[in-house]
Design a protein around this ligand. Structure first.
Ligand code: MBD
Ligand code: FE
Length: 296
């Protein structure tokens, strides 16, 4: 067959659908079936994308260099590739596709939100009622956060783990900031027999995502800001239930409607309210977390 001629708007290019099919068909028979499916679709879309927008060699090389720089600046404390996905909404989309939970009538399951690049796998277990804020800055507002982990039908879940992490008031997570102690503003709490957890933290403040790499550069080129609304990250797990990765957002924060990483959901907005008679915190937040049962 003669090579198929395709028009991309202005001129005629020779590498059309026939070429794309040839690239897809180069996949060998021993490939994992899911990988074959994923890569076939990816090749199809990225070829169609290049044809549709007339991608030039210079533009393509800019993108390659951007990806390379993401890798070069990433390490165990920095995940620039993930951040780049975040600013184009990809982590939020993948989260939605992966964790869409059927919320049955009368059942309540906490919505997910993206993990983000600042999770750590080694959160220390701390006793309930203790603080995650060491070196608390003078401008921070301490908060007592408490609640229960519940099954979707309202049964308290004992021995569930609640991991929480947040940025300090200078807008930095502990691993970004040499002036914060290791594991500051992070902790893992285990629910008691009544499903209760509690800890002291600080009221979160809006936070600029790092702008010293390709993600920040892209935001600037797209005439966008790099701020996130005030949030606390949570990962909650209990045996026999689907774990939930989420974020809660201060309902009075700036940037709720224009989060630079598109993670806000209305049902994840919370209100910090005055707390009486506690010298450790003038604010409190009661937050219950609902977990869906595992698929049978
Ligand atoms: C963050 O703090 C964050 O939570 C996400 C999702 C992306 C970048 C920085
Ligand atoms: Fe965050």
């Amino acid at each position: 067959m003669a090579s198929q001629q395709t028009t991309n708007g202005q001129s005629t290019i020779s590498l059309g659908q026939e070429f794309t099919q040839m690239v897809i068909d180069a996949t060998g028979p021993k490939t994992n079936p899911r990988l074959r499916e994923v890569m076939s679709c990816f090749i199809q879309h990225i070829h169609d994308f290049a044809r549709e927008i007339n991608l030039t060699a210079d533009e393509w090389m800019m993108a390659v260099q951007m990806i390379n720089r993401c890798g070069q600046m990433s390490d165990e404390k920095r995940n620039e590739g993930q951040l780049l996905c975040d600013v184009i909404g990809l982590e939020s989309l993948v989260d939605d596709i992966t964790y869409t939970t059927a919320v049955n009538s009368g059942q309540s399951v906490t919505s997910s939100a993206i993990l983000g690049p600042f999770y750590r796998h080694d959160h220390p277990i701390r006793p309930n009622g203790t603080t995650i804020s060491f070196d608390t800055p003078a401008d921070a507002e301490p908060v007592f956060m408490f609640g229960r982990v519940l099954s979707a039908d309202g049964k308290p879940l004992a021995n569930a783990s609640v991991e929480a992490w947040q940025a300090s008031t200078n807008g930095l997570y502990e691993q970004q900031d040499p002036n914060q102690q290791d594991l500051n503003l992070r902790g893992k709490f285990i629910t008691d027999a009544e499903g209760k957890y509690s800890f002291y933290c600080i009221r979160p403040t809006p936070y600029p995502i790092p702008n010293d790499g390709p993600s920040g550069q892209l935001l600037e080129m797209l005439d966008r800001h790099n701020w996130r609304p005030a949030h606390i990250h949570l990962v909650v797990q209990a045996e026999g239930y689907k774990p939930v990765t989420t974020q809660i957002f201060d309902k009075d924060s700036k940037y709720l409607d224009d989060d630079s990483v598109f993670a806000v959901k209305n049902n994840l907005r919370v209100e910090f309210v005055p707390r009486k008679g506690d010298p450790q915190a003038a604010l409190e937040l009661e937050y219950n977390i609902g977990l869906a049962p595992l698929d049978k």
